[in-house]
Design a protein around this ligand. Structure first.
Ligand code: CA
Ligand code: CA
Length: 397
C-alpha cells in the first residue's frame, strides 16, 4: 500500500508540474538540452525536501529491552510497570519501571500452546488501582472429557504476585483447530469489556450469530460475571461485530469513539477494520478464493475494511499513539506484521474513519511481529517471539 500511495503522489506531482506543456519547448537540440536541464532542476526542487527528509538520521533509537519467551500482549499498568503474557509458558511477567524483569512470574496457568493457542491477551480492570484485577485470555488444555477452551480469566495482582484466577467466560474449541483464536481484550471508557475470537478454522462461525467464534464481543462486568453489554446490537447476545476470521488485536481509539481491529483475512484480505456495532466484516463459508479488498462482499450488514493488504501481512498487535515523545505521530495507528516483522505507521484523516497514508517505520534491524503499545514515557514498545523492544527519542522530551 505504501508503494501505491507513493506512486499516486508522484504521479499527481508530475501531472501538476508537467514542464513540457507549460514551457512549449522549441524543436532544437540546444533548447532540448536546456529543457532537460530545466526538467531535472524542477524534479530536484520537487523532491529535494523529501530526499533531505529521508536522509535525516531518525530522531529515535531502537533497543532490546529484554529477551522474552514469546510475549503475546504488552500492557502498561497505571503505575508504569510493563506486564506481558508468555504464550507457551502460560505466565504473566512484569518489567519494572527501572527496566528490570521481576524474577518470578506474576502468575502461571496451565495452557495448551499449540500453534496459535496459549496465554494471549492481557488488560487491566478499569478499577485496577483499587481492586488489582487483571484480565487475560488463555487456552485451557483439553481433557478426555473437555475440549481445549479459550477462556477469559480475571485474577488479582498485588506487589507483583497474582492470585485467585477466576474463569469469567469460556469458548470451547470444538473444531480442533489450532489457528484463529483471536484472543485480545480491552475495556472502553464506560467499563465495558471487548474480546476478540477467531473463527476456530470454521468460516461458518463468522456468519453464525449463535456461536462465539469469528466475532468481537462486548460484555458488561457484573457481580455474577460477564453478561452481554446493554445496548449491544443483537438481543441477549454479547456479539458486537461479526464476519471476522481472526481479529487478532484491536484498539479503542483514545481520540474518538472508533475501534480499529487487525483482521487476518485469507489470500489477500488482511485488513484494518473500523469496528462498528452490528456490522459484518464479510468472512464466511461462501467467501471462496476471491480477493475482495475494498469491493463489497454479498452478506448482510456488510462493512468494508479501511484498507486491505495483498499479499497478506499476518497482522499482529495494533495501537494508537497517544504519547508525547513523538508529537508528529500523535493519533497515528501503529501495527506489527508477523510475516515481515515490520512496524507500520498509519495516518488517519480528521474523521478518523479513513486512512490517508501508511508507511513502514525503520526499526534499525529489529522486528515487530506481535504486539505494540505506547509506553508512559511516550516510547513505542513492541515484541517478537524472542524479545521486547523499545523505540524512543534520542533526546527525550
Ligand atoms: Ca473482511
Ligand atoms: Ca495489543
Amino acid at each position: 500500500m505504501s508503494t501505491i500511495n507513493l506512486s499516486t503522489s508522484l504521479f499527481s506531482t508530475l501531472t501538476r508540474h508537467n514542464p513540457i506543456d507549460s514551457l512549449r519547448i522549441p524543436l532544437c537540440s540546444l533548447c532540448l538540452c536546456g529543457s532537460i536541464l530545466l526538467l531535472l532542476l524542477l524534479l530536484l526542487l520537487t523532491f529535494a525536501p523529501a530526499l533531505s527528509r529521508a536522509q535525516e538520521p531518525p530522531a529515535y533509537s531502537v533497543e532490546r529491552l529484554h529477551i522474552a519467551n514469546y510475549p503475546v500482549t504488552l500492557a502498561f499498568a497505571p503505575d508504569g510497570r510493563l506486564f506481558y503474557t508468555e504464550k507457551a509458558a502460560g505466565s504473566v511477567r512484569v518489567i519494572l519501571p527501572d527496566g528490570t524483569l521481576q524474577p518470578d512470574p506474576v502468575l502461571t496457568l496451565p495452557v495448551d500452546s499449540l500453534v496459535e493457542r496459549g496465554l494471549l491477551g492481557l488488560t487491566f480492570d478499569p478499577g485496577y488501582a483499587e481492586n488489582g484485577f487483571i484480565w487475560i485470555v488463555r487456552t485451557a488444555p483439553g481433557t478426555a472429557r473437555d475440549y481445549p477452551t479459550n477462556q477469559i480469566i480475571r485474577f488479582r495482582e498485588q506487589d507483583g504476585l497474582g492470585s485467585d484466577p477466576q474463569v469469567m467466560f469460556s469458548a470451547p474449541i470444538t473444531t480442533g483447530e489450532l489457528h484463529h483464536n483471536g484472543g485480545n481484550l480491552h475495556f472502553d471508557s464506560d467499563g465495558l469489556l471487548y474480546a476478540s475470537f477467531g473463527d476456530y478454522g470454521l468460516a461458518a462461525n463468522a456468519q453464525d450469530l449463535t456461536t462465539v467464534p469469528g466475532k468481537i464481543h462486548r460484555f458488561a462486568v457484573t457481580e455474577d460475571g460477564l453478561i452481554p453489554a446493554p445496548g449491544n446490537p443483537f438481543p441477549d447476545s454479547s456479539i458486537y461485530a461479526y464476519g471476522l476470521r481472526n481479529p487478532f488485536d484491536f484498539v479503542l481509539d483514545p481520540f474518538s469513539d472508533a475501534i480499529f481491529a487487525s483482521e487476518n483475512g485469507p489470500k489477500c484480505d488482511d485488513e484494518i477494520d473500523l469496528i462498528l456495532p452490528g456490522r459484518n466484516y464479510g468472512w464466511g463459508p461462501d467467501y471462496g478464493d476471491q480477493c475482495f479488498g475494498l469491493e463489497p462482499v454479498p452478506v448482510p450488514d456488510y462493512q468494508p475494511p479501511l484498507i486491505s493488504f495483498n499479499p497478506t501481512l499476518g497482522m499482529g498487535g495494533i495501537t494508537v499513539y497517544d504519547g508525547t515523545a513523538f508529537p508528529g505521530w500523535t493519533g497515528d495507528l501503529f501495527f506489527c506484521d508477523w510475516n515481515g516483522g515490520v512496524l507500520h505507521r498509519v495516518t488517519l484523516d480528521d474523521s478518523r474513519a479513513a486512512i490517508t497514508q501508511i508507511e513502514p517505520v525503520d526499526l534499525q534491524g529489529f522486528f515487530c511481529r506481535i504486539d505494540v503499545v505506547t509506553g508512559p514515557d511516550g516510547a513505542l514498545y513492541f515484541a517478537d517471539p524472542m524479545g521486547i523492544y523499545r523505540l524512543r527519542p534520542i533526546s527525550p522530551g
